[in-house]
Design a protein around this ligand. Structure first.
Ligand code: MG
Length: 283
């Protein structure tokens, strides 16, 4: 029997809408840190130029974790803010020490401004989760985010779509999809995508173990698994290599090379909206 695993942030939610307050607050803080007034045109200009470069050349702006490229930075506003902040600090010549900068951007500014975000669901999220909660196939939500935070978002949707409440206990958080374990041999080390100069790293051991445990509990294998997410490199590349079918819910920020790879792969599908998820998974 098919088992469906959904990513949550950016897949069930609209990351651009959710992140708007994060981006505005973060840019205000950067103005203060470089000694410019709030809304400074020069800071705004650097932010806009860098954001455009990320959109134009997504392969050149990876999200780095432990010094390794593990996802494109273009796909959500939280990841895009890191190269923007570096460009602003570089321009004004401040916080030159990499450790100080990493601590400031990754811990302080990220957490402080993330707290300003509020849930915005993608069109059809409530309808999809309600339909999934009331059919026979097992469904799980596997996310890098905090389990409780995502369960709360699911509960929020259940106010309008009561059936969705049943899925609040089907969230597996802290999946660490960005963690690469070179010593684990469970899948090949990398995948090459035409149009992307760097390899896609596949040995996402923690994420694999979470999926393998869910499948074992359902008496299923990777051949029964369907994974739906919004970032091919982060959510889908490893499960696809392990034998799953995958669906990429794309947006205007999805890199062209991810879109093209998914379109030509026999076990992958580009999904233009959440209404396509259920027919693809169980149809
Ligand atoms: Mg996501």
């Amino acid at each position: 029997m098919a088992v469906l695993v959904l990513d949550f942030d950016g897949t069930m939610t609209d990351a651009e809408q959710e992140g708007a307050a994060f981006v505005a607050g973060y840019l205000d803080d950067l103005c203060t840190l470089v000694g410019r007034p709030l809304g400074d045109p020069q800071v705004q200009q650097i932010a806009a130029t860098t954001a455009q470069a990320i959109t134009d050349r997504p392969g050149d702006f990876p999200f780095l974790w432990m010094g390794r490229a593990v996802a494109p930075a273009t796909v959500d506003p939280y990841l895009r803010m890191v190269p923007i902040a570096h460009a602003i600090f570089d321009h004004f010549g401040v916080f030159r020490d990499a450790t100080d900068r990493g601590r400031l951007l990754g811990a302080i500014l990220y957490k402080y401004n993330y707290a300003k975000t509020s849930p915005h669901f993608r069109a059809g999220a409530g309808e999809l989760l309600a339909a999934l909660a009331t059919q026979k196939h097992p469904v799980w939500i596997v996310t890098n985010s905090d389990t409780e935070a995502v369960a709360k978002k699911v509960e929020l949707l259940s106010h309008q779509f009561p059936a969705v409440a049943a899925l609040a206990s089907r969230v597996r958080g802290f999946a660490r999809k960005f963690d690469i374990d070179d010593n684990w041999q469970g899948v090949p080390a990398e995948l090459t995508l035409p149009g992307l100069a760097r390899p896609v790293l596949l040995r996402r051991h923690t994420y694999f173990d979470i999926l393998a445990n869910l499948l074992e509990a359902e008496g299923a294998t990777f051949a029964d698994l369907v994974v739906v997410g919004d970032i091919f490199e982060l959510d889908l590349a490893m499960p696809l290599t392990a034998g799953a079918r995958v669906g990429l819910v794309h947006s205007t920020h999805t890199p062209g090379y991810e879109r093209a790879f998914v379109e030509q792969h026999p076990r992958a599908k580009l999904l233009s909206g959440l209404h396509e998820v259920l027919p693809y998974a169980f149809g």
